[in-house]
Design a protein around this ligand. Structure first.
Ligand code: NAD
Length: 336
């Protein structure tokens, strides 16, 4: 049995489905701080399986202890975290308490229950403003906000734990920018409040839920002047987790890998790809650069390919088409 924390969130829900399709047994936990219980019904419809799920907080030891007593958990994929960069600067204690407190609580209970296989949701944020792209895993680590710090500290805690007990096996997965949705349009990204990321903002403008898209600067040193990032289809990312937990279960050594496509697309590339899919122009307004933004970064994903046999295969067009299907079938997200 694999435990997924943050199981009903954006990446968790897509990973849950891919794990079930690959024949794994899964139990999920989530406190719905940034997701909806409707996900559970959708996943049951997509997988044709009854789900094991418990509503609860990973910071609560009693909940986790009960979960480990009830299920023979062999490994954990830990998604549960708060992830809004701006909010993390405004409320750092909340981020350290939830992301670090939850991780420590979980690791303690895993240790007590003799479970030492772990997949950690890290982030490209740990690189901060990288000196050059493609970014390799051995680049400098210098996160620029409390959220990114929680990811780097999480990695450090796990590395110390591994050093203390070689039975631990950890996959450190550094994600670039997941976008898109499952091709059914039944599950997708549905952040509470105002989204922070480009793709949900573009699709909200396309759907008429927002008037226009703010573009933070068009004078960056990039081919069209707008920022360039490595967007990865969330289903490709989910499949990276299936490969990672299978790798860990096979007893191979811990690994740290970038999960990205290795290709950078600009804000305008994403806007144009959405316009093609939607068939109408998307209103954009160029405003000042945001402090802390960088011109360009994209992954070198070759280590993930070499060690996990994993590679992102879905195109930007497919990311936008699937993202738009989710948005148009669920104009108000899971509340629709
Ligand atoms: N989406 C991205 O761009 C991105 C990039 C890099 C890393 N990550 C990391 O990947 C993981 C998943 O991200 P996501 O995009 O699916 O985010 P998400 O917010 O959609 O999912 C996280 C889930 O965790 C739950 N959660 C948060 N704190 C919890 C707690 N204390 N107890 C139980 N559940 C809790 C939320 O309700 C949510 O369902 C996070 O750790 C995030 O930091 C995300």
């Amino acid at each position: 049995m694999i435990l997924l924390t943050g199981a009903t969130g954006y990446i968790g829900s897509h990973t849950w489905l891919e794990l079930l399709l690959a024949g794994h047994q899964v139990v999920g936990i989530d406190n719905f701080v940034n997701s909806s219980p409707v996900v559970l019904k959708r996943l049951e419809a997509l997988s044709g399986k009854k789900l094991n799920f418990i509503q609860g907080d990973v910071c609560d030891p009693i909940v986790l202890e009960a979960l480990f007593k009830k299920h023979a958990i062999k490994g954990v994929i830990h998604f549960a975290a708060l992830k809004a960069v701006g909010e993390s600067s405004a409320k750092p204690i909340l981020y350290y308490e939830n992301n670090i407190g939850g991780l420590i609580n979980l690791l303690q209970i895993m240790q007590e229950n003799d479970c030492r296989n772990f997949v950690f949701s890290s982030s490209a944020c740990v690189y901060g403003d990288p000196e050059k792209s493609p970014v390799k895993e051995d680049s400098d680590l210098k996160p620029e906000n409390p959220y990114g710090q929680t990811k780097l500290m999480g990695e450090q805690i796990l590395r110390d734990l591994e050093a203390s007990d070689p039975r631990w096996r950890v996959a450190y997965l550094r994600y670039f920018n997941p976008i898109g949705a499952h091709e059914s349009g039944l599950i997708g990204e549905d952040p509470m409040g105002v989204p922070n990321n480009l793709a949900p903002l573009v699709s909200r403008v396309a759907a008429g839920r927002m008037d226009e898209l703010n573009i933070y600067g068009d004078d960056w040193d990039t081919p069209d002047g707008t920022g360039v990032r490595d967007y990865i289809h969330v289903v490709d990312l989910a499949n990276g987790h299936v490969k990672a937990i299978e790798y860990i279960f096979s007893g191979k050594p811990s690994l740290t890998v970038n999960l990205g496509t290795g290709v950078g697309y600009s804000v305008m590339d994403v806007v144009r790809a959405y316009e093609d899919v939607v068939g109408q122009p998307i209103r954009c307004k160029v405003i000042d650069r945001r402090p802390g933004d960088v011109a360009l970064y994209f992954a070198d994903p070759s280590r993930a390919e070499a060690l996990l046999g994993w590679k992102a295969v879905r195109s930007l067009k497919q990311m936008c088409a699937d993202g738009w299907r989710w948005q148009s079938q669920n104009p108000l997200g899971y509340k629709s």
